[in-house]
Design a protein around this ligand. Sequence first.
Ligand code: FAD
Length: 504
Amino acid sequence: MDAPSKPIDRIVIVGGGTAGWMAAAALAHTFNGSGKTVTLVESAVIGIIGVGEATIPEILKFNARLGIDEADFLRETKATFKLGIEFDGWRREGERYFHPFGAFGLDMEGIAFHHFWLKARAEGGDEPLETYSMAWQAARRGRFAHPQGGPQSPLSSLGYAYHFDAGLYAAFLRRFAEGQGVVRHEGKVVEVRRGEDGDLSGLTLDDGRTIEGDFFIDCTGFIGLLIERTLEAGYEDWSRWLPCDSAVAVPCERAGPLSPYTRATAREAGWQWRIPLQHRVGNGYVYASDHISHDAAEAALMARLEGPALAEPRRLRFKTGRRRECWKRNCVAVGLSSGFLEPLESTSIHLIQSAITKLINLFPAKRDDDGLRATFNALMEEEFTTVRDFLILHYKVTERAGTTFWDEVRTMTVPDRLVEKIALFQATGRIVRRDHDIFAESSWLAVAVGQGVKPTGRHPVSDVLGRDENRGRLAAIRDSIWRTADALPSHEEALTAAMGVRRG
Ligand code: FAD
């Protein structure tokens, strides 16, 4: 058999933000003892974006894969637990709904719970869907527990993620990665060098040092120093569906108890996030600069803080979309260099994790493996696209009116695949997930119902239960969830306890 033409021994990561250190930690952990080296270059002068504090439950798998202890992680990143996202004012001003992590109710007769809820609603019941969510019932009481018990236990239906301090998380992962042998260089890359074949071959730093490599991971953030500035992989612009292009972020002191969820509040030209951490609350206004000035957005955010600001507000600009080829030649873009979707459903860190997992699974034995590269790019495209569609759903299906921003998004033409998905749900109550969709059926359900989609049909099996039996079962499920929620410890108690317990 022929020897691999271009072996990969030296992996070089450029960038030391969340993406860079997650990639370094995972690659070093995976290739430990294989003879491959992992080197990371970062520039303190350029710094990191420093926002990105809310996650989705998949992050638990990343930590578990690395063997990270939850207590250490919670302590060192000043993390809190997250049971979902409360959407305030998205359907109409003053109305709220919750996108919980975990399931609604209990599946019955082999079909999803929500068909029985639709049946009850069609027969005059008016309990909102989140009545049957363990995560929401815990969240609204400010309580938390880890998922536990068998399938009949309400607590088994819980899902959770974290809020954490992005800077502390990068530092935490750096310690982990360096412990796995990653070599870090401080310095600004001023030149990206290419070999005769066009592949990347090395970097030159501002002090003249050079770093050679066989395979490069571009974690340089929005600039895409390797993947775009050097390799010109291209960018697909999605701002016609997701017109927010700016954010202003500021931390503040917390007023009130520690809530175990993110809040996203619809505003005149976008939305505002609230992310509670142990030591502060992260706030930001994500907006479309065509519809509000930067100064007005900043003033609106500062006027709505719950406590004194702890830093100066920071303004950020972005273009929603995805890198056309996340993997080009011997370079893979991970993080903001691979694309950006606004943080409405906290998906960026997950997309980092997902890219790293795919890269590890598809890691080539030699540099010029076109099949693996094409597969990776197709999978990333599909994943970005499903997140895109999920985000668009929040803007398209709304009754908000009266500002130019909301009038524009409510009436925009959306991608066909989303149109079909909404139509199917509306007519039949069915949600069909695509492969590689990050979001579970319950997530699509929560947002579609919360935004005001009212299915007219439902699964016929729901009619095997008579009206009273159905109502009785729903009431029993609700009572069991509510009793369980009432008995849980507060979020702060659960957090304090978890920080003292090793949970790898
Ligand atoms: P960065 O943090 O920008 O890091 C880039 C790195 O590259 C830095 O270390 C920099 O020094 C280095 N670098 C750049 N150029 C050079 C050079 N020439 N030489 C050497 N080094 C260089 N995600 C979530 O999952 N949840 C959220 O709640 C969330 N909220 C967000 C809110 C906003 C407003 C924005 C804009 C993003 C948010 N994100 C969120 C996304 C999240 O912040 C990013 O996905 C995450 O921080 C990863 O960033 P990164 O590591 O790709 O880039």
